[in-house]
Design a binder for this molecule. Structure first.
Ligand code: SF4
Length: 83
């Protein structure tokens, strides 16, 4: 059914200068965001990849407007000369 799973993934980004803490992102996606106990700033962990629809929810729920996402770069370097 969801044959385009991989294509729907985006790369999450946290602007650490804008993050106000609180950890909403960590509560929603504990495998993608980690709130540092000392700095109280969130960082992206693991692959940092989420489905687009989920990413949009995270952006919407972040009270500091610190979360954004980008397209995922194609992994293959030297794509043109694969052997
Ligand atoms: S939800 Fe936003 S403001 Fe809150 S900790 Fe996560 S990135 Fe920071």
């Amino acid at each position: 059914m969801s044959e385009s799973n991989e294509a729907d993934l985006v790369q999450m980004v946290v602007d650490e200068d804008t993050c106000i803490g609180g950890g909403v992102c960590e509560m929603l996606e504990a495998e993608t965001f980690l709130l540092d106990d000392d700095t109280v700033i969130a960082t992206v962990i693991g692959t940092g990849r989420l489905p687009l629809a989920r990413a949009e929810i995270l952006v919407d729920r972040c009270p500091g407007r610190a979360i954004s996402f980008t397209d995922i770069e194609p992994a293959g370097e030297g794509v043109g000369e694969s052997k």
